[in-house]
Design a protein around this ligand. Structure first.
Ligand code: NDP
Length: 254
């Protein structure tokens, strides 16, 4: 039994054109999956696809804004028409607006919630029929340390990422009978475009993360390749509804 083999499987990775999403896409492609790299920026999509295909994988790009339900459905249709089926969905697209709660506008709140949480629901809902038809499915939702902890400048982000964990449990309960497993990954502090901006905006953040992380380093996108393969493969067939930190021990240390 090849526990971690993804040959013949088809994955969609939202935000797969950079950062954590690309780290996961590399893992899935390396294990044999065909990958649809889905993001708004076509040039970034093309760059990620070129990297994956030059390493011998099957990959294609798809331009999508995951806040739009019709575009989420079109993304799933594109994966199914290009590669014949959809087995794996990584709901990774995300963003943050860092400011104190009293400064948030309703539009900013909705933008963060729509991009991080509602999108994951819409994409999962769009993928469900294809997964059911194929007899199996794996959905991987990207949470955060802010799924567990709070902070003064992350009110909408923390709400969205906390919601991601609870939505994961609800979808896992609903779709286990269809052989669809739904799990969340909670990254620690990872060096990406998102956190480069945070490090510029928040004085002392870089060193505070280093001091707080038992592994003694920031994470890198490729730290998420292994968990993606595990949660997408037969190795995790009896695991559903969980939230697994990938954080160098950040959330374990008191
Ligand atoms: P990046 O900014 O590098 O990646 C974000 C990705 O999301 C990009 O590929 C972007 O592509 C895509 N994206 C954003 N909005 C949309 C949209 N409306 N429609 C489609 N795609 C969209 O950041 P990270 O890699 O750090 O973040 C990835 C995920 O990991 C996010 O959910 C984030 O919250 C989470 N996370 C990150 C942590 C970190 O320390 N870096 C820690 C915990 C969680 P494009 O611009 O082309 O649309």
């Amino acid at each position: 039994m090849k526990l971690f083999d993804l040959s013949g499987r088809v994955a969609i990775v939202t935000g797969g054109n950079g950062g954590i999403g690309l780290g996961m896409a590399r893992g899935l492609a390396g294990a044999g999956a065909a990958v649809l790299v889905a993001g708004r920026n076509k040039a970034k999509n093309d760059g990620a696809v070129a990297e994956l295909t030059s390493a011998g994988a099957k990959a294609a790009g798809h331009v999508v804004d995951v806040t739009d339900p019709a575009q989420c459905r079109a993304m799933v249709e594109a994966a199914a028409s290009k590669f014949g089926r959809v087995d794996i969905l990584v709901n990774n697209a995300g963003m943050n607006i860092r400011k104190q709660p009293q400064q948030y506008t309703p539009e900013e709140w909705h933008k963060v919630m729509d991009t991080n949480l509602t999108s994951a629901f819409l994409c999962s809902q769009a993928a469900y029929a294809e997964m059911k038809k194929g007899g199996r499915g794996k959905i991987i939702n990207i949470g955060s340390m802010m799924s567990i902890f709070g902070h003064s400048f992350v009110v909408a982000y923390a709400a969205s990422k906390g919601g991601m964990v609870q939505m994961t449990k609800a979808l896992a309960s609903a779709w286990a009978a269809d052989n669809i497993q739904v799990n969340a990954v909670l990254p620690g502090w990872i060096d990406t475009d998102l956190t480069k901006r945070a490090r510029q905006d928040i004085a002392g953040l870089h060193d505070r993360v280093l001091a707080r992380t038992p592994a003694g380093r920031w994470g890198v996108p490729d730290d998420h390749a292994g968990i993606a393969v595990f949660l997408a493969s037969a190795a995790s067939d009896f695991i559903t509804g969980t939230a697994i930190p990938v954080d160098g021990g950040y959330s374990a240390q008191g």
